[in-house]
Design a protein. Sequence first.
Length: 351
Amino acid sequence: MILELIDKLEKQHQLTREEWIRLIAGRDEESTAYLFEKARYWQHKYFGNQVYSRGLIEFTNYCKNDCYYCGIRRSNRKAERYRLTKEQILECCKTGYTLGFRTFVLQGGEDGWFTQEKLEDIVSSIKECYPDCALTLSIGERSFESYKRLFEAGADRYLLRHETAENNHYRKLHPPELSPENRKQCLRNLKEIGYQTGTGFMVGSPGQTPEQLAEDMMFIHELQPHMVGIGPFVPHHETPFAKEKGGTVELTLFMIGLLRLMQPKLLLPSTTALGTIDPLGREKGIRAGANVVMPNLSPTTVRKKYELYDNKICTGDEAAECRMCLNRRMEGIGYELVTDRGDYPDYNKNK
Ligand code: 5AD
Ligand code: FES
């Protein structure tokens, strides 16, 4: 029964809501093994044994938002706030370039100090220095106009997880000033402008059910993003969700496998959160169908401060150490970390 649903997903790249729920709620060891085998087949067909890497630069942990799950929410007075200067950001890129990164991800809280002008200046400076690299932004919800100008300044990609596609669940995870409708509209705008667009969700966030995960899959199917980042929810001790249970490795891996079958060419990161709750989490993610890793390039002095959740890994390691570590980890499971922009297959660059 469950295996038939996996076969159907592989052939049609889509299921009905009821089928998604049945598949997610009915998963067991046998169906999981079956799914991962198929996921690896498609992963190998489009990407061989290559794993792409992106150098993550966490350039500010100031944030005007107050999401209930996040360690850098504005109400967390204990968070030590920092901002990197443009020079520091460029220095991270320089280190990253030498280490073989050809994609940089600028990620930060929604921090008004970085005005549109400042952001455009940073984006164009990075693209001037590293024209052969892709630049990804991950700086939250902005207007269509702002996204457009950042794209014109040179940004190639944008990551904005939808977090959960089901509206009532979204409202349980966020304060009233944040709306699921706006979140989804931002994602549609990003795609329309021409960004390679990444969305994603947390697995096992408080109150999440298979019904909601089904909504996530259906939303992603409709959006057809280029990348989907998913990771387990991990509680942070200074948030309203401090005492909630975290997401599991098992369900996160299952969802990765489903995403690979639903959209075989998807860029799918094996996330730091997965590596945080299991020492071999990132390897397991790749073996479930993921094909991207996103190690940190932020200066070690600020690493610990970008604490979205407890016990985040790699906060004491230099960029070079993470690169070597991931090289070793990927080789250990028969994959190769490549020096490549790692664009979406057949992506038609309209700029
Ligand atoms: N656990 C897991 N992931 C988290 N994120 C934020 N807080 C947490 C947490 N406590 C994720 C969100 C966000 C991304 C940058 O990090 O999905 O989009
Ligand atoms: Fe950072 Fe292993 S990836 S130490």
